[in-house]
Write a protein that binds this ligand. Structure first.
Ligand code: NAD
Ligand code: ZN
Length: 282
C-alpha cells in the first residue's frame, strides 16, 4: 500500500506530465464534509437500495417516502461545508490545471469551494422542479411547504443517509402531504437524476467534449460502480488518455488506471495544490 508521501510525489509528477485535466468526483470527496457515501472502500452498499427513477415517477408512495425523508435530511446537506478536497480542487483549477470538473455529487460543495467550471452530472439537490410545467424552485422553498403542511415532531430515529435521505417511520411517510408547484399544482421532484434515470444527452456530450481535448482524467472519491461515471474512464481509455484514481478503496476502473493513489482525497490534494502554488513545482 502506498504512503501519503509517495502519493504526493506521484500525483505531482502526473500533473507535470498531464497539465490539462478533466476531473470526475464522487461521494468520497464529500465524505470529509460529513455527507455519507453509498459504498464503503470494499464497494459494499452501506444503506438500503436508494430510490429508483421509475418508482419515483410512477408511484405516489415512493414520492411520499422520498419527501418525508428529505424533509429531515435536507438540512444536513444544506448546512454541510466544503472540505479540504473541495478547496484544493478549486485551487488546482485556479492554477490552470483543470479544464472541467464533472461531479456525480448533488450537494453543490465544489461550487461553494470556488470551482467555476463544474458539470453537475446527476443534478443538484438544492433545486426542485415541477413534473408537469417544469417550473424550477429552490429546495428551501419546498422545505417551507413540507414543514407548513406536515408539522410533525422529530422522528424517533434519525439515521443520516446519502442524498439528504433519512430513515423515517412508515406512519409518518403514509400521512405526508406532498409539496406541489406554486404555478400549476403539479407534483415536485428534486432536480436530480435518480438511480435508473438518464443523464440528459447534452450534459454527457459536454463532458465527453472536454475529455477529447484534455490530457488525462483524474477520478477522486468514486467507486465508479454507477455507469454514468464509469463511462468517462472507459472513454478516456479508448482515447489513449491516462486515468489516475484517488480512492483508498477498490473501484470498477482500477484495471484501466495508469495511477492508483490510496490516500484520502483531502490531505493528498491539499499537499499537491500547496506545493504547486508555493512555486516549488514549475
Ligand atoms: P460511492 O458511495 O459508490 O463511492 C464512494 C467512494 O469514495 C468509495 O469507493 C470510497 O472508498 C471512497 N472514499 C471515501 N472516503 C474517501 C476520501 N476521503 N477520499 C477519497 N475517496 C474516498 O459514490 P459514487 O461513486 O459517487 O456513486 C454514488 C452515487 O450516489 C452518485 O451517483 C451520486 O450521485 C450519489 N451520491 C451523492 C452524494 C453527494 O452528493 N454528496 C452522496 C452519496 C451518493
Ligand atoms: Zn407546475
Amino acid at each position: 500500500m502506498s504512503t501519503l508521501k509517495q502519493d504526493i510525489g506521484d500525483l505531482t509528477a502526473f500533473l507535470q506530465t498531464y497539465p490539462r485535466l478533466v476531473v470526475l468526483t464522487g461521494a468520497g470527496v464529500s465524505a470529509e464534509s460529513g455527507i455519507p457515501t453509498y459504498r464503503d472502500s470494499s464497494g459494499t452498499w452501506l444503506h438500503r437500495e436508494p430510490i429508483q427513477e421509475q418508482a419515483f415517477l410512477s408511484d405516489e408512495n415512493t414520492r411520499r417516502r422520498y419527501w418525508a425523508r428529505s424533509r429531515y435530511g435536507w438540512p444536513l446537506i444544506r448546512d454541510a461545508q466544503p472540505n479540504a478536497a473541495h478547496f484544493a480542487l478549486a485551487e488546482l483549477e485556479e492554477q490552470g490545471l483543470i479544464d472541467l470538473l464533472i461531479t456525480q455529487n448533488v450537494d453543490g460543495l465544489h461550487q461553494r469551494a470556488g470551482s467555476g467550471n463544474v458539470i453537475d452530472l446527476h443534478g443538484r439537490v438544492d433545486r426542485a422542479r415541477c413534473m408537469d410545467c417544469g417550473t424550477e424552485c429552490a429546495r428551501d422553498q419546498v422545505q417551507d411547504l413540507l414543514e407548513r403542511d406536515n408539522p410533525w415532531p422529530s422522528p424517533p430515529q434519525k439515521t443520516k443517509r446519502p442524498d439528504g435521505d433519512m430513515d423515517i417511520p412508515d406512519e409518518i411517510i403514509h400521512g405526508l402531504v406532498l409539496p406541489t408547484c406554486q404555478h400549476c399544482g403539479g407534483g415536485l421532484r428534486p432536480d436530480v437524476v435518480f438511480f435508473g434515470g438518464f443523464v440528459p444527452g447534452p450534459r454527457v456530450s459536454g463532458c465527453l467534449d472536454a475529455l477529447e481535448s484534455a490530457d488525462a482524467l483524474l477520478v477522486v472519491g468514486s467507486s465508479l460502480q454507477v455507469f454514468s461515471g464509469f463511462r468517462f474512464c472507459r472513454r478516456a481509455h479508448q482515447l489513449g488518455k491516462p486515468v489516475a484514481i484517488i480512492n483508498p478503496g477498490i473501484t470498477r476502473a482500477d484495471d484501466l488506471a495508469k495511477l492508483k493513489l490510496e490516500s484520502l482525497a483531502g490531505p493528498l490534494l491539499t499537499q499537491v495544490a500547496t506545493k504547486r502554488g508555493s512555486g516549488l513545482i514549475r
